[in-house]
Design a binder for this molecule. Structure first.
Ligand code: PLP
Length: 420
């Protein structure tokens, strides 16, 4: 049994065998503060821990000995950062990146021992927490350097490791070239801080053009040379997200920071050549979203469906109601555009997605009945076949990106973890 069982936030699912299809090591991760103590509604997300390990293995094939620091921000893109971090720590991942100090603290409190890099750039009054929880901050300006150096001095702690970020074209965080000299000077004057790494983030790693890396890489090299010449020698360098590490080994440097690919979505643009090992690796979607039909009805020609009757039946139509809506992360942009799987067959979402419920057209699904399983994200096999709705497809239908599809699955949807 997985140790998730010992975590009070993971309860064993009680005695409800599901067609013998789900093994009993499944655990439910209760959304904090959101639900009563039991899960009544059939809507749930399933997280396959084996897929996380598999994806880490695929990334290893591409990066060789370069350490992998998985990006587990935003609750591990919605999969649940504690379970994901535990799984990947045990699978020998080398480090973790998060966006918020809060996210780092949550992982330390869950017992994660890996290095944790806090990338969001905002530390507020939490500088002491960085020290206390051994969280490594990313610094971009002199103000942050001064404030942290002071906190380290007050705490009387030895040199505290930081990563320093330079802006190579993202214009979000990181120092701009004109500010490098001042930042270098202030770092040199602060023995309380030790620069473990120089880092950056790429704005165009998933853009479908052949040469998206040479300009930022040249700037990153220039930054490194400048820091070294100024007497601040970073022990390591890093800038690769999933797309960059899969597209160009020159972006690997001393560690890589994949997020999306770990969770099973390949962010490489289509039409860009894939060669070598990276051309062969494939990822397994680690989260799927399931529900069940709660109501069925027959409509006649001219009958409307949902708020505003944005779908009108053209003839005899069978509609199934599924208890998952936009408050669960099923984007309202999927109204009359998205799809679901039922009995192994793809069917359209019809009418406007509402807050708690969505209607699907099951007219062409022989045998569709109440309590049939419905899959919005992931694979299903059933009497009518086998099909998959990928995060990419859902993102395309909703007019967004797969990152947002995963992170939008809300707290109201309990996460079930399975080992297999
Ligand atoms: C989110 C993020 C990543 C990971 O990006 P993916 O595209 O999900 O691999 C890496 N670095 C930084 C700074 C990020 O914000």
């Amino acid at each position: 049994m997985s140790e998730t069982a010992a975590d009070p936030e993971h309860l064993a699912v009680g005695g409800e065998p599901e067609d013998g299809e789900l093994p009993d090591e499944i655990r439910v991760h209760q959304p904090r503060r959101a639900l009563p103590t039991d899960v009544v509604r059939p809507t749930r997300a399933e997280v396959r821990l084996s897929a996380l390990r598999y994806n880490l293995g695929q990334l290893r094939k591409v990066t060789g000995n370069t350490p992998i620091w998985g990006v587990l921000k935003a609750d591990a893109y919605g999969l649940g950062s504690k379970a994901v971090a535990r799984t990947l720590e045990r699978a020998k991942m080398d480090g973790v990146c998060v966006a918020l100090v809060e996210e780092g603290i949550e992982l330390r409190q869950a017992g994660i021992q890996l290095p944790i890099l806090v990338m969001g750039g905002y530390y507020g009054d939490a500088l002491r927490e960085l020290l206390e929880y051994r969280l490594t901050p990313v610094l971009s300006d002199v103000g942050q350097v001064e404030a942290l150096a002071r906190a380290v001095r007050l705490a009387d702690q030895g040199p505290f490791g930081v990563h320093v970020k330079v802006d190579t074209g993202m214009a979000r965080l990181g120092t701009r070239p004109e500010q490098w000299p001042r930042l270098i000077e202030s770092l040199r004057a602060r023995p309380e801080l030790s620069v473990l790494a120089l880092m950056s983030h790429l704005a165009n790693a998933d853009v479908a053009e052949p040469d998206v890396f040479s300009e930022p890489l040249a700037l990153f090299d220039a930054a490194n040379a400048r820091f070294v010449a100024g007497g601040v020698t970073p022990k390591a360098r890093h800038l690769a997200n999933s797309a960059a590490l899969l597209r160009d080994p020159q972006t690997h440097f001393d560690l890589v920071r994949p997020g999306l690919a770990l969770f099973g979505v390949d962010p490489r643009p289509t039409g860009v050549e894939r060669s070598g090992v990276a051309g062969e690796v494939r990822f397994k979607l680690a989260m799927s979203v399931h529900s069940r039909v709660v109501s069925l009805r027959r409509l006649g020609r001219g009958d409307g469906v949902g708020y505003g009757a944005s779908f009108v039946a053209a003839g005899p139509t069978t509609i199934a109601t599924v208890p998952m809506g936009y408050a669960d992360g099923l984007s309202r942009a999927l109204s009359n555009r998205g799809h679901a799987l039922i009995r192994g067959k793809r069917v359209p979402i019809v009418g406007n997605v509402s807050m708690d419920m969505t209607m699907i057209d099951v007219t062409d699904v022989p045998g569709a009945s109440a309590s049939d399983e419905v899959v919005f994200l992931g694979s299903q096999s059933g009497p009518l076949g086998q099909d998959t709705i990928s995060a990419l497809e859902m993102a395309h239908d909703a007019g967004t990106i797969p990152w947002e599809i995963l992170t939008n699955i809300s707290r109201r949807v309990p996460r079930f973890y399975r080992e297999d």
